[in-house]
Design a protein around this ligand. Sequence first.
Ligand SMILES: NC(=O)C1=CN([C@@H]2O[C@H](COP(=O)(O)OP(=O)(O)OC[C@H]3O[C@@H](n4cnc5c(N)ncnc54)[C@H](O)[C@@H]3O)[C@@H](O)[C@H]2O)C=CC1
Ligand SMILES: N[C@@H](CC=O)C(=O)O
Ligand code: NA
Length: 428
Amino acid sequence: MTNPLRLGIAGLGTVGAGVVKIVQTHADLLAARGGRPIRIVAVSARSRGRERGVALDAYAWEDDPVALARRDDFDVLLELMGGEDGPAKAAVEAAIETGKHVVTANKAMLAHHGQAMAEAAEARGVALRYEAAVAGGIPIVKALGEGLAANGIRRVMGVMNGTCNYILTEMQARGADYAEVLEEAQRLGYAEADPSFDVGGVDAAHKLALLAALGFGTRVDFAGVQTEGIDRVTLTDIAHAEDMGYRIKLLGVASMSEAGLEQRMTPCLVPVDSALGRLAGVTNAVMVEGDFVGATHYEGPGAGEGPTASAVMADVLDIARGLIGPAFGAPAASLTAAPRAADAGAAAYYLRMSLHDAPGTLAKVAAALGEEGVSIRQMRQYDHEGGAAPAIFMTHPTSRAALDGALGRLGGMKECLDQPMALRVETV
Ligand SMILES: NC(=O)C1=CN([C@@H]2O[C@H](COP(=O)(O)OP(=O)(O)OC[C@H]3O[C@@H](n4cnc5c(N)ncnc54)[C@H](O)[C@@H]3O)[C@@H](O)[C@H]2O)C=CC1
Ligand SMILES: N[C@@H](CC=O)C(=O)O
Ligand code: NA
């Protein structure tokens, strides 16, 4: 019989337990598709006794994930712990050093150390695979790195955080409270160990930076992603957006132009009846535009046990079949450091601010917007409370620079009771 492909698993939470379930459920299917049996040899997690709904007795146990990574009785380390540095990074480095392939779901680690890890893996002749790290169950790394590999990639955009999309959907659909739905997303296994990574936009920015590197042949530049979270979005924003024909989505866009690489992950308004506007729950969607293929669209579950474990095992099967290409689609040494480009395109914006309820306030706000070159298309006021008058403006298309100028001015005016919030209207 062909030699089995032997796995060591570091991390037995939502994703790790899901992987054990697939290996135990689909042993024959995996062996047939991988061309060899897939066996788990050893595992590691913080707590050995925790109930996970899977039997672990047949596998060796290690308390220390780095000791696990250094064992000499398996071929592929599955790093499913998480964390940018710490034991996840140390275990991956130890696995590569000792000649093992690595499959990871850890976008935080790759967004910061992807280049160095890709170089180390190539030097050692082992795979570094991360399908689960981007958009969960959607095979977007495979689509971009392999299926579209003959294209010059123009733009990658999409909704890449299941937790945020779940929160925004539930707030819109049933008027649910933000904190309550965030807790639900945590219970369902969608959220990061520290959910501020989700709602702050950082997790999705990690993913966008990885897709940009893969698509454009550039070095991962997470620090170059303009990032804003959904933590300031209120039920009121969602209701007003809906009333005007829009939904709010945490949307990422990465594009390459002569000016350089533009990357942003921000909450945006998209038309209710667009593909992104209809995207509900934990679903993610990614659009990729290539010069020969044109526009392509991928949609599916972006988080949770089954979808993420499915992506991990797809990488394992590729390794079983001997498919061991470079991590970012081209040799790591050939990836270039692209200059960062500012948000260049004009867009309309949704502005929400709390104004001092007094004669002349609106005139001053309108004057400040006008002087900064921001033209108002629509204005609404609602629910005056005490001395505060909340106001919403929709602008005509304006440059980000003009908008930032206006936001700076408004934020400094005594008539403005809080820092205005601006959401871009994205034409999708
Ligand atoms: N939950 C999801 O839907 C998805 C998660 N991911 C990524 O997968 C990875 C794992 O996520 P989850 O399974 O949700 O996390 P989790 O919190 O449910 O599980 C983490 C596991 O790693 C172990 N672990 C953590 N730190 C450790 C340490 N210092 N030493 C030993 N063991 C340690 C824990 O004991 C636990 O078994 C993360 O990188 C996450 O970003 C990626 C896509 C989707
Ligand atoms: N926390 C992430 C998990 C998948 O990457 C999300 O909600 O999308
Ligand atoms: Na994926």
